[in-house]
Design a binder for this molecule. Structure first.
Ligand code: NAD
Length: 359
């Protein structure tokens, strides 16, 4: 089992990654001396696959576990379902020393973290992520939240988990398309931080795609390490943390313009990473051959590198300006300077963006 630390002084925590570790969460949980009443939040899909192993493990350690399921889907990551979970916690009698566990993908992790941050002014929560995206991204770093009908993730908090417990075996049941979408975020870490890791993703592609547990532990571990490093230096996204948004300025606009239906988040980020590399190239910041390497790696993982004719420049620019990451309407891009190093650039000329996105 690999352990990675997120260093945030008194809020520091460990990320544990291994194969077949889900059923041993109880022993780990015991070390925290929480109240005997705990809750597990999940959805029927994930709970049906892994719920019993987790609940049995906690019950074997003497915990009384309330299971709270919400329907499966992004549309349920909202205030009403958060309210529902809060009500269940109150009815079950969880107290300020209780802990909540999130078992599932980013939707479950985000809403559970949000609930934990507000229940009795904040109780402990643990992440047991079961999608690749959640394992390498959403479960680490403490961004929690729910959607509002006026915008995604518009309501939320920064609230760190006590522990992240990643069992790579859960990826065996994940639909292939979801796995590949998670790979977009993994590739992102290589581009923004680590050339050697990028090369590993090129050379070990087949083993990764065959879900070799050693390879998975390595790529998830390295991704978490990079995210942990960035978050430790800038927890609240006042500076450095913004580099994690590489591919996301264009990616979010792609999701908006296509009504969140055509692409999974990671797929839109893949398109965004290629566009933003090309913007960097057009500005003379980034080498053409390296931009081509990014595109080729993305395509080699079966991810889209372009949205074809789906993107119309005016709508894309409008969507980018409305993004919550735009500050006072100024667009900010994370642009590669070389693979493994990026910079944040504001005020990129609109014509350059149009030139890359096309009309
Ligand atoms: N907090 C953050 O920093 C952060 C970062 C990125 C994304 N997010 C959020 O994450 C969410 C997306 O997360 P996601 O991509 O994990 O989607 P998701 O949680 O909707 O999971 C995708 C699908 O896979 C299913 N599933 C999960 N694990 C499975 C498994 N092991 N086997 C079979 N099926 C499984 C789920 O039930 C769901 O149907 C979005 O709401 C996004 O806003 C948050």
């Amino acid at each position: 089992m690999e352990e990675i630390r997120v260093e945030l002084e008194e809020r520091s925590y460990g990320i544990f990654i291994g194969s077949g570790i889900l059923g041993s969460i109880g022993g780990k949980f015991r070390k925290y001396e929480f109240s005997p009443k705990a809750a597990l939040v999940s959805n029927p899909t994930v709970y049906g696959l892994y719920g019993e192993a987790v609940v049995d493990s906690l019950r074997n350690e003497g915990y009384e576990v309330t299971v709270i399921l919400i329907p499966d889907g992004e549309e349920y990551k909202d205030f009403l379902w958060a309210y529902h979970i809060l009500s269940r916690l109150l009815k079950a009698g969880l107290d300020r020393k209780s802990a909540v566990l999130a078992l599932g993908g980013g939707v479950i992790g985000d809403i559970t973290g949000f609930v934990a941050s507000t229940y009795m002014r904040g109780i402990a929560y643990m992440q047991l992520p079961t999608t690749l995206l959640a394992q390498v991204d959403s479960s680490v770093g403490g961004k929690t939240g729910v959607n509002h009908y006026l915008g995604k993730n518009m309501i939320g908090t920064f609230y760190q988990p006590r522990l992240v417990w990643i069992d790579v075996d859960t990826l065996k049941s994940l639909p292939k398309r979801e796995f590949l979408a998670g790979m977009a975020e993994v590739i992102k870490y290589g581009v923004i931080w680590d050339r050697e890791f990028f090369d590993y993703l090129v050379t070990e592609r087949e083993r990764i795609l065959s879900l070799d547990p050693g390879c998975l532990t390595h790529i998830i571990g390295r991704s978490c390490e990079i995210k942990a490093d960035v978050v430790s230096r800038d927890e609240r996204e006042e500076g450095l943390r913004a580099i994690l948004n590489y591919g996301h300025t264009v990616g979010h606009a792609v999701e908006t313009v296509t009504g969140y239906r055509r692409y999974l988040h990671g797929e839109a980020v893949a398109i965004g990473m290629v566009c933003e590399a090309e913007i960097s190239e057009a500005l003379g910041i980034f080498d053409r051959a390296e931009a081509a390497e990014i595109k080729s790696l993305i395509e080699s993982y079966g991810l889209p590198s372009t949205a074809g004719d789906a993107l119309e420049a005016d709508s894309m620019l409008k969507a980018m300006a409305l993004d919550k990451k735009a500050v006072a309407g100024t667009l900010r891009f994370v642009l590669p300077e070389e693979i493994g190093k990026v910079r944040i650039e504001s005020g990129v000329n609109e014509d350059v963006i149009r030139g890359v996105i096309g009309d």
